[in-house]
Design a protein around this ligand. Structure first.
Ligand SMILES: [Zn+2]
Length: 218
């Protein structure tokens, strides 16, 4: 028996949200700002209709941009002038695994879903490991979170290759000029930044006060 909600599917705009994309279908998608899920604002099998919709959406919105894609072999492709698939699109209809989606919305879970500039979503998990004397060190570790590829630690975006861990600040401190005199050549020297503060070494987290260190180890 049909339920009242079944009748909603007779309404094209409602049904479109539920039906999977089909081969050769044109999608007008939001390309900026990026969201965790693909925002498709128009679906059509007609190239010219879809292109007009994209142009209208771009005219109507000052702070968002929209792009045209074609669904081909299960993925989104750029559309070339004759309406045929061109290069594969950076932006895809990524399916986030429910466990990671739940963790993202769980206030107590240590981690969140972050979207790469290319549109690829990943889970930034907070991991802590203990140092010798100080509080545990907490760092974020990017983990893949897609339904068909999840739980894999990755430092680079699997989609565009860009680096996901921002360690520019740490690199500055690794510069030899920044190594304190007492620590030069010491095998205990660590010199990494965590949450904005420099961990000089596990024995003297803030470094030695003088130019020599009692715990210097070659
Ligand atoms: Zn990326």
């Amino acid at each position: 028996m049909d339920t009242p909600s079944d009748f909603n599917f007779l309404n094209q705009s409602v049904a479109e949200k539920h039906n999977p994309y089909q081969e050769g279908e044109y999608l007008v998608i939001k390309t900026y700002p990026r969201e965790k899920y693909l925002r498709c604002v128009h679906r059509s099998f007609d190239y010219h209709t879809a292109r007009n919709k994209r142009d209208l959406e771009n005219l109507a919105h000052d702070y968002s941009s929209f792009g045209l894609r074609i669904f081909h072999q299960g993925k989104l492709y750029q559309v070339i002038d004759n309406g045929k698939p061109g290069k594969i699109s950076k932006q895809q209809d990524w399916k986030i695994h429910p466990d990671y989606r739940d963790a993202h919305y769980d206030q107590n879970a240590e981690g969140e879903i972050i979207v790469c500039d290319c549109s690829y979503p990943y889970f930034s998990a907070l991991v802590s490991y203990s140092s010798l004397r100080d509080d545990p060190i907490v760092e974020s570790q990017p983990v893949t979170c897609l339904v068909d590829d999840n739980g894999r630690e990755t430092d680079n975006c699997p989609n565009c290759g860009s680096q996901l861990v921002d360690d520019d600040v740490e690199e500055d401190y690794e510069d030899e000029d920044c190594v304190p005199v007492a620590c030069e050549g010491c095998s205990n020297y660590h010199g990494q930044v965590y949450n904005g503060s420099l961990l000089v070494c596990a024995i003297h987290p803030h470094g030695s006060d003088s130019e020599s260190c009692p715990d210097f180890t070659k």
